[in-house]
Design a protein around this ligand. Structure first.
Ligand code: 5GP
Ligand code: ZN
Length: 128
């Protein structure tokens, strides 16, 4: 789509791609290696993708993981999608965040993506 920043990603910016999906680094990374995996076809949301597109996206997430593992040796990952403005989506071309995590990158990592709504979703381990 004209004017869509993710439709326009191509050439050297692309770190991996397949028939229906492409991947590039996030311009404002949460952590070293933060990558976005997007369908080549413009669509707003996760649920707009066909199953074939979902398959290409998923395959690329695996490939990106191998690339990031080799390049940055993270200790874990957060993989997530913001679907809709209410969920925090700011760029309206579907993208999967692949965020490498490193031991000690936050003081207490427990809960991971659950922390998007921290105050409403207390996270306690049994026995605490
Ligand atoms: P959202 O909040 O929509 O789930 O995520 C949008 C992501 O796109 C953010 O992580 C943001 O840093 C990233 N981003 C915004 N503009 C650009 C850009 O022009 N290029 C790249 N590579 N990433 C961008
Ligand atoms: Zn687009």
């Amino acid at each position: 789509m004209e004017g869509c920043i993710f439709c326009e990603k191509n050439g050297r910016e692309i770190i991996a791609e397949n028939k229906l999906a492409k991947a590039f680094y996030d311009q404002f990374p949460v952590n070293k290696g933060h990558t976005l995996v997007v369908p080549k076809r413009h669509m707003e949301q996760y649920f707009d993708a066909t199953l074939e597109e979902q398959q290409s996206i998923t395959r690329l997430v695996y490939e990106v993981k191998d690339i990031l593992q080799e390049k940055f040796q993270p200790d874990g990952y957060n993989i997530g999608v913001n679907v809709g403005q209410a969920a925090g989506q700011t760029v309206f071309h579907l993208h999967i965040h692949v965020i490498p995590r490193y031991r000690g990158d936050v003081e207490d990592p427990r809960g991971g993506i659950r922390k998007i709504k921290k105050s409403m979703v207390p996270y306690r381990l049994e026995g605490e």
